[in-house]
Design a binder for this molecule. Structure first.
Ligand SMILES: [Zn+2]
Length: 398
């Protein structure tokens, strides 16, 4: 009896799921192949013609997809109709909040950049969020959009919190209170979506970067410290409390240097820009950034060379441990790691090769999204929510 009662509900959910997945695949195909024809869309997605037709008609009716008749240019037959994601209906906003700066980007729904600004971080969470909201409104207005057309503001920040409840658990690099973020954002007429910076950076790679067709990868980088996030079988793997993939606190030296997390011997205590500068400062050499360290090393400073060697050695070791365990196809170095990696590449790759099981060595690539990858990940977070939540794309098909 129980089964009979439950079966129709499950069947209904399953149909809804299939429709949502099909719509998301069609949207993704339109995003990566703008100006595609409906026939090409059928071929590319392997979704049957009738389903593609129903979904496209609904999306055109709701101004999410635009049809454009192309001239036949002297060719025989009917003119081709090109389909693209509309650039007029809604926009995405993404932000990276760092201890001293906020990077804010606005994109069309297909991810094409509209504008990018840098703001100062306020001294508390509430005014920081207000600053992001105000700047997002200004960018939208300048681009000819109303606040209502902002689909959401996705934010990556160096904070660990429960994604479901939005409760902040800890914030090591930014002095934020352990509050529930939703209490700070409910006053705004635009949805806010938060995640930690590494998860956000990984999402950017999956939607807009080098990993759009890669299902198993590790993203390493954060604007501050060493963050990490995993994608497994095409899905973000966050672990039981949202901390999955955080490679920065993998122990690379038993009972080694003290780390900001309270443990000892973490990768972050050796291979982050902050730790490298701190190690030199402990020896009386105060420098401002990693490029000054590289210059010092180039001029033969023995200790500067030693700590860059160790940074590469331990980073390679940590990446090999992840590789032996998860077998990712590639590892993307983004954000801070893009500055550091070229300086320690040789030792990192040597250590990776030395410690990785034969045949498993992944491609190590730099993020194509540059220093703004976390902010782009915020925009990707909004897009992901639009494609997968019941309040998003699927409601236009009912
Ligand atoms: Zn640590």
């Amino acid at each position: 009896m129980t089964n009979m009662l439950h079966r129709p509900v499950n069947d209904q959910l399953s149909l809804q799921d299939i429709r949502q997945k099909n719509a998301a695949r069609i949207f993704h195909a339109l995003r990566v192949s703008p100006e595609i024809s409906q026939r090409e869309l059928v071929d590319q997605t392997s979704i049957d013609q009738a389903t593609v037709s129903v979904i496209i008609n609904a999306l055109v009716d709701n101004n999410i997809v635009a049809r454009k008749k192309e001239t036949s240019q002297g060719k025989v037959g009917r003119p081709r109709t090109a389909l693209s994601i509309s650039k007029e209906t809604s926009i995405l906003m993404g932000a990276s909040i760092e201890p001293h700066a906020i990077s804010l980007v606005a994109t069309y729904m297909d991810g094409e950049l509209i504008d990018r600004v840098t703001l100062d971080t306020a001294n508390d969470m509430k005014p920081t969020i207000e600053r992001v909201y105000s700047a997002a409104k200004d960018i939208a207005k300048n681009a000819g959009f109303s606040t209502k057309q902002i689909l959401g503001i996705g934010i990556g920040c160096p904070v660990v919190f429960d994604v479901e409840t939005q409760q902040v658990w800890s914030s090591r690099h930014i002095d934020w209170p352990k509050v529930n973020i939703s209490t700070l954002t409910k006053q705004f007429d635009v949805p806010f979506l938060f995640d930690n910076d590494a998860n956000t950076g990984a999402l950017a790679e999956k939607y807009f970067g080098n990993c759009q067709n890669i299902d198993n990868f590790l993203f390493v980088g954060g604007p501050w410290g060493i963050g990490g996030a995993l994608f497994i079988d095409g899905q973000p793997y966050k672990g039981s409390s949202g901390y999955g993939g955080e490679i920065g606190h993998m122990t690379v030296v038993a009972r080694g240097r003290e780390c900001g997390c309270g443990k000892r011997g973490c990768l972050e205590a050796y291979a982050s820009e902050k730790s490298i500068l701190a190690r030199l400062a402990e020896r009386g050499t105060e420098l401002d950034d990693i490029h000054e360290v590289a210059l010092l090393a180039k001029h033969g400073h023995q200790f500067a060379n030693h700590i860059l060697y160790e940074a590469g050695d331990y980073l390679g070791l940590a990446l090999s441990n992840v590789t032996n365990f998860f077998n990712p196809e590639c590892i993307v170095l983004g954000s801070e790691m893009m500055r550091l990696a070229p300086l320690i590449r040789d030792q990192m790759q040597h250590s990776l090769r030395e410690n990785t099981m034969e045949g498993l060595e992944p491609n190590i690539i730099l993020s194509s999204l540059g220093q703004h990858s976390i902010a782009m990940g915020g925009a990707a977070h909004v897009l992901e929510s639009f494609l997968n939540q019941p309040t998003g794309l699927i409601r236009y098909l009912s």
